[in-house]
Design a protein around this ligand. Structure first.
Ligand code: V47
Ligand code: SF4
Length: 385
């Protein structure tokens, strides 16, 4: 495949882009100039998805060539009991509600060890804000997994959970993170960011840690050497302005710390939530979010399509609209499936490789920190439920 760095393609693209209403903005992005707030909002108002996507693809190829990363991982949602009741969440329950659950440490360890046995290099562990579990439960959970499976990377607890744990432990966020890191925590996932706008948070999740609070937890984590991801939940009540505000806040913190690994746009699923009267994000919005994120977040190395939320087919298409990472095998996912996701709960490694290759890209298995994973043999059947 001929990559976009080829100068002929560059010249042809310039000609083509002149026909776009967003030409001036796309040209800025092509020349590596940083886009500002108004640029981002204007891109959202444009429906010129092919041109926007083309330039996002150029940026993506400059950063990551033809590679598409994937990971052999396993999600463990240890409990759905949560003291927050975000209006967009179908996963959380009160302790006494039907359908509430909490795994004990033995069950968590069993799931972790089985996944590692089957080839997982990462465990992605998140849950609700449990009102009663003490801090040592979380510390011991991480320590036991780390001691039993020293080579697996433990990516656990959103910034919102970390702040909750710090309250449980009566420790500063920094000390909480330090203790978790000492127990074996490797990095933080990007959840809980939602949309940073205080107006939207007040409307959808008034009890949740503020946007500034989320950013502060990430700042502390990054300065302690714990890297993280970042997310944005879209397709609910937010505006184009809210989305660009969110992306620019992430970009600012990334300028400061360089600690974010990837950005993952999360498509809102309305079923069984308090917003169930709203429709799901359309493919047009999905592709705009992906490609505009790629263009705005010039200091992020990776844009990830979480195929569970985006859908397998659109995730494959997104590989030509700015995405260079398709997440992983996942194995068991409860948050999006509670809200009506129709994707399976797992993909095999071979299925992931096939969909990347059919998109004309080169699959690269990575670990959490984006180091290529060398295996003697591909784990073809890994992590099927
Ligand atoms: O924080 C909640 C979102 C997040 C719904 O870091 C919903 O690699 C859609 O953050 N529809 C948790 N989304 C998941 C998450 C994540 C997933 C995959 C990879 C990574 C990573 C992080 O899910 C929550 C919230 O923003 N969420 N309810 C819903 N109804
Ligand atoms: Fe709780 Fe997270 Fe669901 Fe909000 S999104 S209710 S914090 S589990």
């Amino acid at each position: 495949m001929i990559l976009a760095s080829n100068s002929d393609i560059f010249i042809k693209m310039e000609k083509l882009l002149r026909s776009s209403l967003a030409y001036d903005i796309l040209q800025k992005a092509m020349h590596g100039e940083r886009l500002d707030f108004d640029d981002g909002v204007r891109l959202f108002k444009s429906n010129d998805i092919l041109h926007i996507g083309h330039v996002a693809n150029i940026v993506r190829e400059r950063k990551n060539g033809n590679r598409v990363y994937y990971i052999t991982n396993r999600h463990i949602n240890y409990s759905n009991i949560c003291k927050n009741r975000c209006k967009f969440c179908a996963f959380s329950r009160e302790k006494e509600d039907a359908g509430s659950y909490e795994m004990d440490r033995e069950e968590i360890l069993e799931k972790a060890m089985a996944a590692v046995e089957e080839g997982a290099t990462e465990l992605h562990i998140v849950g609700g804000l449990h009102p009663d579990l003490p801090f040592y439960f979380y510390i011991e959970m991480i320590r036991e997994i780390h001691e039993s499976c020293p080579d697996v990377h433990i990516q656990a607890f959103t910034a919102v959970e970390i702040e909750h744990l710090s309250q449980k432990a009566s420790l500063s966020v920094r000390q909480t993170l330090k203790e978790l890191k000492e127990a074996g925590l490797g990095s933080l996932p990007g959840g809980g960011a939602e949309v940073f706008s205080p107006k939207i948070r007040e409307q959808l999740c008034p009890e949740k840690l503020s946007g500034d609070g989320w950013l502060q937890v990430m700042r502390e984590a990054h300065t302690l050497g714990l890297r993280s991801n970042a997310t944005m939940l879209y397709g609910h009540v937010e505006t184009a302005e809210d989305r660009i505000h969110h992306l620019m806040k992430l970009r600012e913190l990334q300028d400061e710390t360089g600690g974010f690994m990837s950005f993952i746009p999360l498509a809102f699923h309305p079923k069984n939530t308090e917003l169930s009267n709203r429709s799901s994000a359309t493919a047009m919005l999905d592709l705009k979010i992906i490609s505009i994120s790629r263009l705005m977040l010039d200091n992020f190395d990776h844009i990830k399509a979480f195929w569970i939320m985006l859908g397998i087919k659109l995730s494959q298409i997104s590989l030509s609209f700015g995405v260079d990472d398709i997440d992983g095998t996942v194995q068991e996912e409860k948050i999006t499936h509670a809200a009506g996701a129709e994707t399976p709960e797992a993909l095999s490694v071979q299925e992931i490789i096939n969909l990347i290759k059919e998109a004309g890209r080169e699959p690269v298995e990575r670990d959490t920190l984006y180091n290529p994973v060398k295996r003697k043999k591909t784990v073809v059947h890994a992590l099927m439920p």
